[in-house]
Structures are given as C-alpha cells and as structure tokens.
Design a protein around this ligand. Structure first.
Ligand code: BV8
Ligand code: ZN
Length: 239
C-alpha cells in the first residue's frame, strides 16, 4: 500500500531524529534488536566510565570492533535521501542523530548534530585533548594512551549517566521546527526520547518511521512501519 507522501510547504522547518535503525541496512547492528549490540555485551562493562576504569582493554576492544564495522559500512538510501532533502531545504532542515557512526556525513549530511558523540573521535581523560581517531587498537599490547600526556584515552561517546553537550542548540532547533520526524529509534534513551513530546506540546505534526512501534509511540501523530530504505526515500513530497 503506497503511503501518502508528507507534504512540505515553502516555510516548513523540518527536525529529523535518527537512531541505530537507519544504519541497520548498512550492516551496523542496532542496540536492542534480537541480534543487537547489547545482546552480546554487558552495557556497563563496555560502555561506561566505570567499565573503562575496570577493564580499558575490553572497552577498547568493543569500540575498535565498532570502528572497523563502521569504516567497512556504506551509507544506504535512507541516509542518502536525507542528505538530498537537506540540499533541497537548506537551513529549513536539521538532523539530530543518536548514532555515533559517520554514515550521515558520508551520505552528504552537513546540518547534523550527534547527541551521543562520535565513534571516530577520542578524548584524553587526563588532559582533555580530543582528536579524530579512526584507529582500532590491538589491546593485547595494553590500552591506547594520549600522544600529548600519555594519559588514558576514551571514545568521545556519551555513556549512560554522562551529561550531553549542546542540548540548548538542539532545543533551539526544536523550537523553530514546524514538523518532527523520527527514524529507526526505539525511543528508550533520554533525553532524546523526550523530544517528540516537546514537539507534540508545540502542536507540530510528529511522524515515526521504523520497523516496530517505539516505546514513545504515544508521542507521535502517525507511525509508519517499515524499513528505513523502503520508507524514507519516498517519505516527502517536498517543494
Ligand atoms: C543524560 C553510548 C544527564 C554507547 C548510549 C530522563 C532524562 C535524562 C536522563 C535519563 C532520564 N531517564 C533515564 C535517564 C538516564 C539515561 C537513560 O535514558 N536511560 C534509559 C535506559 C532509561 N540517560 C542518560 O544517561 C543520558 N545522559 O541524560 O545526562 C544525566 C546525568 C546523570 C544522571 C541522569 C541524567 C545519556 C544517554 C546516552 C547513552 N549512550 N550509547 C554507544 O552508543 O556506543 S545509548 C544507546 O541507545 C545508543 O547511543 C543509541 O543511540 C541509543 C538509542 O538506541 P536506538 O538508536 O534507538 O537503537 P535501538 O537498538 O534501541 O533501536 C533501534 C530501532 O531501530 C528499533 O526500534 C528497531 O525497530 C528499528 N530498526 C531496526 N532495523 C531497522 C529499524 N528501523 C528502520 N529500518 C530498519 N532496517
Ligand atoms: Zn592527554
């Protein structure tokens, strides 16, 4: 059944939120699906500051594997169609992703913010230096150290219980939006999962696109079930 395309008018301001589901068809595992990342790993062991202190090799093994997978993956048609939409809408388009991979950027997205950090940036715990880092590390030789001060480094990713940066710029973007669309996210992590409710409070139309209904389904006006590559390219009849 072909769905009606979402009509965008000349002054619509689109806010798009994506999650791991948009990268699934590029071969990157999601978190909470049956074959997801959290199934084979204990979140607190591999994705927390305590876990890094306890066993830095295990954490760096996990993120080195994620870096290798992301480097070997390619953007899919859903990433590409969002980049094309941004080209058509220019500053009337804003993309917030919970993903730490760079597939949106490699598809051409520029008006993008990563709410949970970046897989390809590392940060020194001792001196705070952050640097782009595509390395996957052989942890049998110990965990990687900062080139500047030889302190321990970590992926520049927001773990549970850690505060997020630039939330105010995200809320500013949401305040000017006339439409909110979420794609491929289970709606289970805050504050990202709360954004649809803030959008609904502003009475702008809210759409969800993904394989299954998200945990925050009650915040959406319309839910379109299906894969990102089958639904996103034909989603908008933009101007
Ligand atoms: C914080 C890092 C302040 C690791 C991640 C209320 C307000 C504020 C905070 C909280 C709150 N309530 C609870 C909290 C604490 C916590 C939280 O949300 N806990 C949850 C579990 C209840 N939040 C925090 O700690 C945040 N920090 O708020 O700071 C603060 C400070 C101290 C104390 C309190 C507050 C930090 C959150 C960031 C955590 N980091 N990951 C890493 O990424 O390596 S979370 C992890 O989940 C990922 O980052 C991911 O981005 C995120 C969301 O997952 P999804 O992207 O949705 O992926 P998921 O697998 O869940 O779902 C995939 C979906 O895709 C599914 O729906 C599936 O159906 C669909 N799909 C699959 N295939 C396809 C598809 N769709 C379309 N096509 C397909 N082909
Ligand atoms: Zn350092």
């Amino acid at each position: 059944m072909r769905r009606r395309r979402i009509q965008l008018t000349g002054d619509d301001q689109l806010f798009v939120l994506t999650g791991a589901g948009i990268s699934a068809e590029s071969g990157l595992p999601t978190f909470r699906d049956s074959d997801g990342l959290w199934k084979g790993h204990d979140v607190l062991e591999v994705a927390s500051a305590e876990g890094l202190k306890r066993n830095p090799e295990l954490v760096w093994d996990f993120y080195s594997m994620r870096r290798r997978d992301a480097l070997a993956a390619n953007p899919n048609n859903a990433h590409l169609s969002l980049a094309r939409l941004e080209e058509a809408l220019d500053d009337r388009f804003f993309l917030l992703t919970q993903n730490v991979d760079d597939l949106h950027e490699r598809a051409g997205s520029r008006r993008i913010q990563h709410i949970h950090g970046n897989l390809f940036t590392s940060r020194c715990i001792a001196c705070g230096a952050t640097f782009s880092d595509t390395n996957s590390y052989d942890v049998t030789k110990g965990s990687p150290k900062c080139a500047k001060c030889h302190g321990a480094i970590r992926p520049d990713i927001v773990w549970f219980g850690e505060s997020l940066e630039n939330l105010d710029s995200i809320y500013r973007q949401l305040a000017r939006a006339t439409m909110f669309v979420a794609i491929g996210t289970s709606g289970s992590v805050f504050p990202a999962a709360e954004l649809v409710y803030l959008a609904a409070k502003r009475q702008i139309p809210t759409y969800y696109v993904g394989l299954e209904s998200p945990e925050n389904a009650d915040g959406f006006d319309e839910i379109r079930l299906g894969s990102a590559t089958s639904l996103v390219p034909a989603l908008f009849a933009h101007i």
